[in-house]
Design a protein around this ligand. Sequence first.
Ligand SMILES: [Zn+2]
Length: 590
Amino acid sequence: MQDKGYSAEWLEKLKYNSNIVTVISKYLTLTRKGNTYWACCPFHHEKTPSFAVNEQGQFYHCFGCGVGGDVFRFIRNIEGVEFMEAVKILADMAGMEMPQISNNNEYFERKKKLDLLKEICRESAIYYNKQLNSNFGKKGLDYLLSRGVEKSTITKLGIGYSPNWNGLPKYLLSKGYNADDIIEAGVCARGEEGNLYDEMGVRVVFPVIDHTGKVVGFSGRAIESEKRAKYKNTRGTPIFNKSSNIYCINFLRKARLQKNYAILVEGQMDVVSLQQAGFQNAIATMGTAFNKNHVQTLSRFVDSVIVCFDGDSAGQKATAKSLEPLLDEGFDIKVLELPEKLDPDEYIKKYGAEAYQKLIDNALPVYEYEIKAEANKLNLNDRDNVSKFIDNALKVVVDIKKESEKQVYVDLIAKLSSVPRETIFRQLLTTKKAKPKDDNKSQVEEINVVKTKNYLAEQFVLASVLHKKPYVEGVEIDDFVNTNFKQVYKYLLENDFPIVAKLYDNFDVENNNDIMSLINFDFSKISNLKNEFDGCLNMLKLDKLIAKQNQINAQIQNCTNDEVKLALLKKASEISKEINEKKTLLNKVG
Ligand SMILES: [Zn+2]
C-alpha cells in the first residue's frame, strides 16, 4: 500500500481496526450466508443481492457489476472521496486519532500546494459572487435575470461576475496570496507590464467544482458583443483540466441517492436551467467531447447516462460511436431527443420540468435511437431504401457486444423494414464492424474463452493457496505458467501469504480476469477438494517435467560432445522415471 504520508504501520493498524463487515454494515444491510455476507450492490441497480463481503479475506466483490476491493476502496467509492478522506472517515469510525505527519514528505508538499491552489480558486469564486451582488455587478445580474436564471440558482451554483481586470488580483494579494500561486491557480495572468490581470475579466463567471466539492476552475461568458471569445475556460492547471472536469459533478453525489443516472447536456446554460428546475443530476463537459477521464469520474456516482443534446444536433452527436467511452465502461445509455429543435434551456422554459421528466422517462436506449434515426432518414415505402436502411442499421447492431441485445435490435429492424428477421440475421453475420476494434483486446478475450485444462488446474491450485485451504502443500512458483498467476504466487510468497484483500493494493484486480477469478473462486462446485488439489498439482508438475524432457531431448540431438551427451542422457532417463511415477499417481487420483 502506498502510505501517502502516513506510516505503513499506522495504516495497517487502521485497516485492522476497520473490519470490512462492520464498516459496510453502516451503509448496507448485510445478510449472512455461510462465510459470506450479502447485500444489494450500492454501485449498480439490482433487486437480488450479488454484492458479497468476505470477512476472512477482508474484501468485497459484486458479481453483478464486477466492482471490488478492500475497506479503503469501499469508502472511496461509496463516499466518492480520495484516499486521504477515506482514511479520515475510517479513522473516525474506528475512534483512532490521526497521526501528525512530517511536512517534508513529497506527497504532502504537493497536497499542500494543490490545497492552496483550490483555496485561491475558492476565494476568487467568493469575490466574483460578491461583485455580482454589488453595484458593480449590475450588468452581470441583468444578463442572468434576462436569461431566466433566478437568484436562488445563482447562490446554489455560486455564479459570479468580474466587473474589471484588476479587482481580483488586488483582492487576492490583499488576502496574502503570492503572485506566483495566483497565476498557478489559473485565475490571473501577468500582463506586458508585469502586473496581474483577471483571466475572467468582464465576464459572468461560473465556478467549476470537482466531485469532492472544491472549486478548481472557472468558465466565463462575455456578455457584451466583443471580438473576444464568448466562452472561456480556465487554462490547464495542476487542479483543472477542461478535458476531464465535469460541470456540476458536485451535485451528482447527492442526486445519486435518488436517481442512478446523470443527464448529460451540451451547454453550461442548459445545466443551469435544468439544475434550476430541480434536476440535480444534470451535467455537461467543459465543451470537449466525452472521453475516458469523464467516464472515470462519472462511474463513481452513476451507471447510467441520459444524453440530451439539442434538437437540431442530436442526430449527429448522440450516436453510439460518440459515446463509446461510456459504452466501453458498461454504462447504460439512453438518448433524449428534444422536439422543435429546442435546446434543454428553451424546452424547460416553454414546457416546464414535468414535461421534461416525461421525456426522460421515455428516452430510448442508444441503439434503438440510432436505428430509428436511420429509419427516419429514409422513406421506407420505397423498396430501394429498405435495403439501404438495413445496411445502415446493421452497422449499428454489429458493434453491440451482448448477443442477446443484438437479437432485440434485429427484431426491431425486421419490424421497421418488414423484412423477415432470419434474412436480417443472416446479413448481420456478414456485416463487418465499422472499425476493427483494439485487436490485442479481442485476442486476449479469445484466449480467455478457451480455458485449457492446465489453466483451470493452475487457477484452482492458486485459489487454494490464496484462500489458505488446509490441504495446500508442495506448491512451487514454477508450477505456474500463466503470467498473472505466477505474479500472484510470487507476491503471496514474498509477503508471507497475506489476507486476500491485499491483492487489491498490488494488482489492478478489477481489470484482471485471472486475478479476479482467484478471489471469487467457487470451491463449493468441487466435491473432494484435497483429491482435486493433489491431482491438479501433480498434473502441473508433470507438464513441467515433460517440458524439461523435451528441452533435454533437443539438446541431446544437437550435442557433439560425447561426454556431455552421456550426462544429458542420464538426466533424461531420470526425468522419464519421474514422469512415469507422476503418471501412475495421476491415474490413481484421477
Ligand atoms: Zn454491483
